[in-house]
Design a protein around this ligand. Structure first.
Ligand code: MTE
Length: 301
């Protein structure tokens, strides 16, 4: 599989053998002061990244349709029926329709991407996703020239989702990206973790992953994708526009109104895990900063 993005890892890169083979590189990086997170512009700290355990990734979740506790999704999401699964793709596309998830999978190239994941609540993980580039799916259906944004919608199944009884959010969960963000090669639809089908609590059968944005942009269990010419509404912005903007790019310099975003707590590090500095665009500045050239990132949070 081609790995065009220097700032992503493959699982191979973190197996003991590969780690051994890369040792010289890692040591060189450390010596140069770029191997440790927190050094300014340490976007190339990837050689020091170690993915979280499968347990961390699948037992500590946010998926409010199954409850607001971190362990609720793992306890309740088994109720979600994920087969058959259909994704409606509509709006400004050449080939709108109801696409069977299996047909999408057959048409896409699945690869592994090891990404940093930063929740707006200031915890973080490193996750080895399997999935395909969203751009490939959008190209398959043909994006029309008037399209400027992509809207996403999660399934809404009151019988299977105990959390939607509570009006914590205005269900269904919805999210959106600007078209250039959606087409960016770092933006993927994740369908697996550690080489296994993605568990329900993580957003089966497919969920968005946009690694330079806060985790809530990474909408789970997607049933609809709409190409549109208008900025689509997003769930957390509807719930509290003063706290959650449309862009939600990870930015250590722009605080959440109720807490700082300058540092983060790595999940799974144990009781004595140190907080670490949060990186601009979550460490993907080199790849994505140009998308926001000339934009006031404080006003467009
Ligand atoms: N998608 C839906 N449908 N419902 C949710 O509650 N939570 C978001 C995002 N996607 C959420 C969602 C938030 S706040 C985060 S941090 C991530 O999912 C968590 O993803 P993870 O549980 O796989 O780590």
């Amino acid at each position: 599989m081609a790995h065009r993005w220097k700032n992503t890892l493959t699982h191979r890169d973190v197996t003991p053998k590969a780690a051994f083979m890369n040792r010289r590189q890692v040591m060189a990086g450390l010596a140069a002061g770029v191997g440790l997170a927190g050094v300014g512009g340490a976007a190339h700290a990837q050689d020091a990244l170690v993915p979280n355990s499968y347990e961390d990734i699948t037992q500590y979740n946010n998926y409010y349709e199954f409850g607001t506790g971190k362990d609720d999704p793992a306890a309740n999401a088994h109720r979600l029926t994920t087969a058959p699964w259909t994704v409606k793709i509509d709006g400004l596309v050449d080939a709108p329709g109801d696409y069977a998830f299996g047909d999408i999978m057959n048409a896409m190239t699945i690869e592994e991407r090891i990404y940093r994941f930063r929740c707006v609540e200031a915890w973080s993980m490193v996750i080895p996703w399997n999935g395909f580039e969203l751009a490939d799916l959008l190209q398959m259906v043909g994006v029309q020239s008037g399209a400027k944004y992509v809207a996403f919608e999660t399934a809404l199944r009151p019988d299977e989702m105990p959390g939607v009884r509570y009006p914590v959010l205005d269900w269904p969960y919805v999210e959106g990206l600007r078209l250039d963000e959606a087409m960016h090669p770092l933006t993927i639809m994740a369908t697996g973790i550690y080489g296994k089908d993605i568990p329900n609590q993580n957003g089966a059968p497919m969920r968005l992953v946009v690694p330079w944005k806060y985790g809530f942009k990474s909408i789970k269990s997607i049933v609809r994708i709409t190409l549109t010419d208008r900025e689509p509404p997003t769930s957390w912005n509807k719930a509290n526009a003063g706290e959650y903007g449309f862009y939600s790019n990870v930015n250590p310099e722009v605080s959440h109104p109720r807490w700082s975003q300058a540092t983060e707590r790595p999940v799974g590090g144990g009781l004595f895990a140190k907080r670490k500095p949060t990186l601009m665009f979550n460490g993907y500045e080199q790849e994505v900063a140009s998308l926001y050239e000339g934009m006031d990132l404080k006003a467009n949070f």
